[in-house]
Design a protein around this ligand. Structure first.
Ligand SMILES: [Zn+2]
Length: 363
């Protein structure tokens, strides 16, 4: 499924500068990012976004129409979508300057200067395709439509309701006939804007500060802002992509301390992924967008220390402890405070937040 032709994409997405300021309007002009070259397929239709609303049937029907959102949840999702669009637009903006990829921050999140920022920006542009959502009472009329995407609310009594934040379904996968982004009670528990979370991350200097603990039923744990979860899930949602065969991302896995492969949802885990996997893991996009708001200085152009990953020394692909953005101080960033920030993260961006599941289509 994951047939990502990176070389082709990289070729198509020549990164051009200078660029006009980015607006957050739905008719965002992405031509400045070279994105128009991958949007030439006129068969890509605008997606219609819906929220399944109403009172869940009692007893349940045993299908997705059980996942009706309350008025408060509808509001939370609407706000979350608007917030996610701003979050993605901020990330795209940060990816624009020439040589921004030559930064220790970009190295830890996406793999460094071997990665074309335009490819990363393209995945954020999918979030911008989320238009205004209307309320629907039933999924019936949207079966097998590839241009409709429905947000639903997993009821608290459903299996896994307390163990995942969200789950995305696509037509044709797992025998689904609907395109869904399903949010769990846990995934809907933190309604604050990503900007509020980012302000706390900046003030306290740790990524955990963006993920307050919430209690849902008997379960408690760190919960991202809804926008963060939406930026992640969009990377699994076919209707928002140029080409699902190429653009669909799966949650990549990394070995834990016990030698078990686990999906990389935690902050340390996403930095420990092999370099090629960093640019294919949805959670790396979500964390990047959060850090773009809280600590843009760590992604400043030429904000790097040492020859790797920029110089002739070959990168050792693999785990964090063998990745080497090390060497003498060669920081040439002109952004105030950037060089100090880059020195600080020479061994990785500090902080951790261990998050449970964001499931692509495995429920
Ligand atoms: Zn996922």
């Amino acid at each position: 499924m994951r047939t990502i032709a990176h070389s082709v994409v990289t070729f198509l997405l020549s990164f051009s500068l200078p660029s006009p300021p980015l607006s957050t309007s739905p008719s965002l002009d992405l031509s400045s990012l070279g994105l128009s070259s991958v949007n030439i397929d006129s068969s890509i239709q605008a997606v219609s976004v819906h929220i399944l609303a109403g009172t869940p049937p009692d007893p349940p029907n045993g299908n997705f129409d059980d996942e009706k959102c309350s008025p408060a949840q509808v509001t939370a999702i609407r706000n979350g979508i608007a917030d996610a669009r701003n979050m993605a637009a901020g990330a795209i903006e940060l990816l624009k300057p020439k040589d921004m990829k030559k930064s220790n921050g970009f190295f830890w999140i996406f793999g460094g200067s071997t990665v074309d920022p335009a490819v990363i920006a393209k995945h954020f542009s999918f979030v911008l395709r989320l238009g205004t959502a209307n309320e629907i009472m039933s999924t019936e009329d949207y079966k097998n439509s590839k241009t409709d995407l429905i947000f639903t609310c997993i009821p608290p009594t459903a299996p896994k309701a307390t163990s995942v934040y969200a789950n995305t379904q696509n037509i044709g996968r797992q025998k689904s006939v609907l395109n869904l982004i399903r949010l769990s009670p846990l995934g809907l528990a933190n309604t604050e804007s990503y900007t509020v979370a980012a302000a706390r991350v900046k003030a306290l200097g740790k990524i955990e500060a963006g993920f307050p603990n919430k209690q849902v039923g008997t379960v408690s744990g760190p919960v991202p802002p809804i926008a963060f979860t939406i930026v992640h899930e969009v990377q699994h949602a076919h209707p928002l992509m140029d080409d699902p065969g190429r653009d669909f991302l799966v949650d990549e896995k990394v070995l834990d301390a016990q030698g078990v492969l686990r999906r990389a949802y935690g902050f340390q885990q996403i930095m420990q992924l092999d370099l090629p996997k960093k640019q294919r893991n949805p959670q790396n996009f979500a964390f990047f967008a959060m850090l773009a708001a809280s600590n843009p200085e760590i992604f400043a152009p030429n904000c790097f220390i040492g020859p790797a990953p920029l110089g002739p020394a070959p990168l050792i692909a693999g785990r964090a402890w063998v990745q080497k953005p090390l060497g003498p101080d060669t920081c040439r960033a002109t952004v105030p405070g950037a060089c100090a920030a880059c020195k600080k993260i020479i061994k990785g961006i500090p902080g951790d937040v261990k998050l449970p599941n964001f499931e692509p289509d495995s429920m």
